[in-house]
Write a protein that binds this ligand. Sequence first.
Ligand code: ACO
Length: 327
Amino acid sequence: MTFVRIMGMGYYLPKKVVTNDDLSKCVDTSDEWIRTRTGIVQRHIAANNEACSDLALQAAKQALTNANIAPEAIDLLIVATVTSDMQFPSTAAILQAKLGLRTIMAFDINAACSGFVYALDVARHFLTNGVYRYALVIGSDKLSAIVNWKDRNTCVLFGDGAGACVLGQSDTNAHCVVDGFLGADGSNPDWLCIPAGGSLQPATATTVANHLHFVSMNGREVFKVAVRRMMEAVRGVLERQKLTIADIQWIVPHQANLRIIQALADELGFPMDRMICNIDQTGNTSAASIPVALAQAEAAGRFHPGERILLVAFGGGLTWGASLIQY
Ligand code: ACO
């Protein structure tokens, strides 16, 4: 049997840090409101000349170094993002050249904040089937490029970053991605979207004037559905693996809102101190959120051999998913 091992991880957060107090000088908000409603204290914001592929490049280089794998060995590249450098080509194609990879299959996945969990599972299947030996999977997003910095409902929530992992075929189940459970429901696409700039509403002077190229979000509806869908993903993967929540040592949830993470822990009966949280430092970095938190926790030595880690996400679409890792 072929297992799919996480060989190395990496992450990148841009240098510039913007605090809640900084934001309160631009929009009608306060550190107190942002902290108590979301758990966010600060976020990293990319430089003007740093695109999504540049964030991804830094995270990918670190993951390759940690995996001790040469770029030429990579057979498959997947980038999860909603902030591609350009509408097309894909960020993965651009990154393939920047990293000096062979002319391998490279594509983006658009599943918003669930993107990394989606990408991980797609790569897992390619490796399990024996089609490819090594894959590079990245979640990278520059949300600062698509939020309206005058809209307090959204601009306080997001940040920029990238997280990457190198996957490789393995004979043993240590450090492995065991399973994934994914879902989507597109019946309310407007709950979380960029309304214009696509084929439905191409860019015009009017769409720009009406701010339709920025993130639009129905925060209350997303909040309500988030916990239910993440529960569904967790239960789905646990049932398939014939496990219970007592068999899980760590959860790495999507970092959208600390209250959502706490509600998930309560529903699952899972201790909060075993939920990996970095939202206070990063805000919501969309597809980068889970791989950054995972890579940071690993670098800090929080995981031990034999432990089981669940990644669980929800995002625009709506999409959701969970991945089970055997450390
Ligand atoms: N500062 C001060 N006041 C604010 C701010 C702000 N930054 N933002 C909103 N408010 C106000 C609102 O205008 C509202 O005022 P009103 O009652 O006078 O109308 C009040 O605060 C309360 O607003 P609510 O929407 O009820 O606040 P809530 O407690 O629901 O928190 C939040 C809002 C943080 C957005 C929450 O709903 C949430 O986290 N939702 C989920 C968001 C999410 O997870 N998005 C996922 C994105 S993932 C992806 O795919 C990109």
